[in-house]
Design a protein. Structure first.
Length: 175
């Protein structure tokens, strides 16, 4: 019988392919019956929450590798911006949009876990904080569009976009 982590990986694969996210689809991917999935995740809500949590863990692992365990708020924000601007993303990364009825709860879950990486606790002048927010917004748009498969940056522009994001961080004092 498949384990919870294996079922979650199968659920992420369903998302990655852009298929409708149902317990039946996850069961097919996992080689289980629907009751086999329900044994581990009683409801679709429970499954989606666990999937988003697993995706957040994937992000946090990547961010910790970039910033280090004892990183400052500025180092964490820089790691987030660099990863979001330069990383590869797919439809599983936007799992928090998988079910409109759960969107608020999933967004809150994502924000609660990711907030330490957003630089919200960094102080400075309004201009500095504005530059940090602009870098974050640029990063948010970059990974979100990649996750949705929306082309936004040409290959010859990638370095320039990354440089703009880094300049915004420097302007904000996140060196």
């Amino acid at each position: 019988m498949a384990t919870k982590p294996e079922i979650l990986d199968d659920a992420i694969e369903v998302l990655r392919r852009g298929e409708p996210f149902t317990i039946d689809a996850v069961a097919r991917e996992a080689g289980l019956t629907k009751p086999g999935v329900v044994h581990h995740f009683a409801t679709k809500e429970a499954l989606v929450l666990a999937v988003v949590d697993r995706i957040v863990e994937r992000w946090l692992t990547e961010l910790r590798e970039r910033a280090g365990e004892d990183s400052s708020p500025a180092e964490r924000l820089r790691a987030y911006v660099e990863y979001a601007v330069t990383g590869e993303f797919d439809q599983s990364d936007v799992a928090l949009l998988v079910d409109v009825r759960l969107r608020d709860m999933l967004a809150a879950q994502w924000t609660q876990r990711m907030d330490p990486w957003f630089g919200t606790e960094i102080t400075g002048t309004p201009r500095q904080r504005g530059a940090l927010r602009a870098a974050r917004l640029l990063a948010d748009g970059a990974w979100f569009n990649k996750g949705l498969g929306i082309p936004t940056v040409r290959g010859d522009e990638e370095d320039a976009v990354h440089s703009v994001a880094m300049r915004l961080l420097e302007e904000g004092g996140a060196k």
